[in-house]
Write a protein that binds this ligand. Structure first.
Ligand SMILES: [Zn+2]
Length: 173
């Protein structure tokens, strides 16, 4: 029971926080629907089984089985993940450019995850440090990568309010 409640609390707290950030960026529909598939049976099953309270249950499932059906289900349905936009071309996999609204949702997701995982240690540069440390293993369209790097850096230098102001104005992308 502890794991079930713990997992539900974690995903709901994350969803509410991303929702608030999306609303501030005027992405109302995405603010409401963000990560809804986490409440599906297949994703909940992994969440409950591998819940630790410290790390993602998906990482636990991958360590155990070598792959995570939960993650494959999740990234195939949620357009704010860069992995959703990987498509096969004639010779190799191609990373498609993420539409602006999904790139912004990905930005909000990164900020919320940093806030929730780091708690009192969260700073304006937390999301930038996380994004940059995972960059080498990502296959993401160069324009999308440039936009996200710029936004996380802008956040680190100017704070959240100013960054959201910039997002609302719209950025050439
Ligand atoms: Zn997600």
């Amino acid at each position: 029971m502890g794991k079930i409640l713990g997992h539900l609390k974690t995903i709901t707290a994350h969803k509410i926080l991303v929702g608030k950030l999306c609303f501030r960026c005027h992405l109302y529909r995405q603010g409401l629907t963000h990560d809804l598939s986490k409440y599906s049976y297949i994703e909940l099953k992994t969440g409950f089984k591998y819940y630790t309270g410290k790390a993602s249950p998906i990482d636990g499932e991958k360590r155990d089985k070598g792959y995570s059906l939960c993650w494959l289900h999740h990234k195939g349905r949620n357009r704010h993940h860069w992995e959703y936009w990987l498509d096969d071309g004639p010779e190799h996999i191609i990373a498609q450019k993420m539409p602006y609204k999904y790139a912004i949702e990905m930005f909000c997701d990164g900020v919320a995850a940093s806030m929730i995982y780091q708690k009192a240690d969260y700073r304006d540069d937390s999301a930038l440090i996380y994004y940059e440390s995972h960059r080498h293993s990502r296959l993401i369209h160069e324009d999308t990568d440039r936009l996200l790097t710029m936004l996380y850096r802008y956040l680190a230098d100017n704070g959240l309010d100013k960054t959201i102001e910039l997002i609302r104005k719209g950025i050439d992308y």
